[in-house]
Write a protein that binds this ligand. Structure first.
Ligand SMILES: NC(=O)c1ccc[n+]([C@@H]2O[C@H](COP(=O)([O-])OP(=O)(O)OC[C@H]3O[C@@H](n4cnc5c(N)ncnc54)[C@H](OP(=O)(O)O)[C@@H]3O)[C@@H](O)[C@H]2O)c1
Length: 312
C-alpha cells in the first residue's frame, strides 16, 4: 500500500510515518515548503514518481517531500506523482492562539487545505484520513464525548478544524475522520516535556488544575490508525487514551514516574487567560472504534508509563 502522510515532521505525523513503515508500507512524508518556495519540480515533478534514490537524497529536505497543502497546483502535482492508495492528513495550523489571531490563515490551512487534499483523494480513488480534534466540542457536557455528540467549537481553531471535517465528508466518501486530543510524544516538545523541564530546573510547573481531557500518546494513535484503515468502516472516530483526567493529575503522575519530588502549581481554569477560548472539559470516548473491530485504546496511565519508558 502506498501511503502519503502530510505534516510528517509534526508530532503525530512522525509517529505515523514510523509505525506505517515498520508495518512494511511504502510511506511518503511531506513537509511544508521552505520559504521562498522552490519549484515543485525540484522535489516531485508532475506525472513522475519519486525514485527511491531521489527519496534518499532527501529532495524537499531530510527525506521529506515539499508540499504546502494550501497550494492546489502543488497538491495536484504531488498526488499525480505519488498516486497514493491512502492519505493521512496530519498537517494543520495547530497553534490554537495563533489561529484566534489569524482566522483567515487558520481557515486556509485547516479548512481549505483539507478541501484540496480530500478532493484529490476522491479524484484518484485514495482513502482520506483527516486528523481532527477534541476542540470541536464546547465542554458543556461534562462527560466524555462520543462520535455522535453534537459539535460546538469555541475557538477559531476548533471551527476551522470542523470545517475541515465537513469538507472531507462532502468531498471524499471513503474517509476516516479521526479526532485526537492533548497529544504528546517523543517527536517534539509537548506537555510532558514542558513539565519535566521545569521540574528538573527546580521550578514548580504551573498547570491548570480543573481542565479535564484525554491526554494521548501519539504512538497509540499511530498503532490504532494502522488497524482502522484495514476495516473499510469509514466515518468518524475518536482515538484517545481512555479515562478522563485533569492536566494537574496527569502532571503529578508524570512527576511521580520520573521520581521528581516537586509538585506542580495548580492554576484554576478561570484564571487562565488566553486569546482563544478552550473547553474546560473535552475528554473523548469512542463507541465506533470497538464497533469497527479495532482494539480499544489503552488508558492514559498505561500510555504514560510506556512514554516514560521510551523516553528513558
Ligand atoms: N497536538 C495536539 O495536542 C492535537 C490535539 C488535537 C488534534 N490535533 C490534530 O492532530 C494533527 C497533528 O497535530 P500535531 O500536534 O502532530 O501537529 P504539529 O506537530 O503542529 O505538526 C503540524 C504539521 O503541519 C504542517 N503544516 C502546517 N501548515 C502547513 C501547510 N500549509 N502545508 C503543509 N504542511 C503544513 C507543519 O509542517 P512544517 O513542519 O513543515 O512546517 C507541521 O509539521 C493536526 O491535525 C491537529 O489539528 C492535535
Amino acid at each position: 500500500m502506498r501511503v502519503f502522510v502530510t505534516g510528517a515532521r509534526g508530532l503525530l505525523g512522525a509517529a505515523v510515518v514510523e509505525r506505517f513503515r515498520t508495518a512494511g508500507m511504502e510511506v511518503y512524508g511531506t513537509m511544508r515548503q521552505p520559504s521562498p518556495p522552490a519549484p515543485l519540480s525540484h522535489s516531485v515533478g508532475e506525472g513522475e514518481s519519486p525514485s527511491p534514490a531521489s527519496r534518499e537524497r532527501g529532495l524537499g529536505g531530510e527525506g521529506y517531500l515539499s508540499l504546502d497543502i494550501t497550494q492546489p497546483a502543488q497538491v495536484r502535482a504531488v498526488f499525480d506523482a505519488l498516486r497514493p492508495d491512502l492519505v493521512i492528513h496530519c498537517a494543520a495550523m495547530t497553534n490554537v492562539d495563533a489561529c484566534e489571531r489569524q482566522p483567515q490563515e487558520a481557515y486556509r490551512v485547516n479548512a481549505f487545505g483539507a478541501e484540496v487534499i480530500a478532493s484529490h483523494c476522491q479524484r484518484l480513488g485514495a482513502v482520506c484520513v483527516y486528523i481532527s480534534t477534541d476542540y470541536v466540542f464546547d465542554g458543556s457536557k461534562r462527560a466524555p464525548y462520543h462520535e455522535y455528540d453534537a459539535e460546538n467549537p469555541l475557538s477559531v481553531y476548533g471551527r476551522s478544524k470542523l470545517a475541515g471535517e465537513q469538507a472531507v465528508r462532502a468531498f471524499c466518501p471513503r474517509h476516516y475522520i479521526v479526532r485526537v486530543a492533548w497529544l504528546y510524544g517523543k517527536q517534539r516538545k509537548s506537555f510532558p516535556q514542558f513539565v519535566l523541564e521545569q521540574a528538573r530546573a527546580g521550578t514548580s510547573p504551573v498547570v491548570i488544575s480543573d481542565q479535564i481531557g484525554s491526554p494521548t500518546y501519539v504512538a497509540d494513535v499511530a498503532d490504532r490508525l494502522l488497524q482502522l484503515i484495514q476495516t473499510d468502516c469509514y466515518g468518524t472516530y475518536h482515538l484517545t487514551n481512555a479515562e478522563p483526567v485533569s492536566r494537574y493529575e496527569f502532571a503529578c503522575a508524570l512527576l511521580a514516574l520520573a521520581g521528581l519530588e516537586i509538585a506542580p502549581t495548580p492554576l484554576p481554569f478561570r484564571a487562565w487567560r488566553t486569546p482563544a477560548p478552550r473547553p474546560i472539559y473535552s475528554a473523548l470516548t469512542s463507541w465506533r472504534v470497538e464497533w469497527a473491530g479495532v482494539a480499544p485504546m489503552p488508558s492514559w496511565k498505561d500510555a504514560l508509563q510506556r512514554f516514560w519508558a521510551d523516553l528513558c
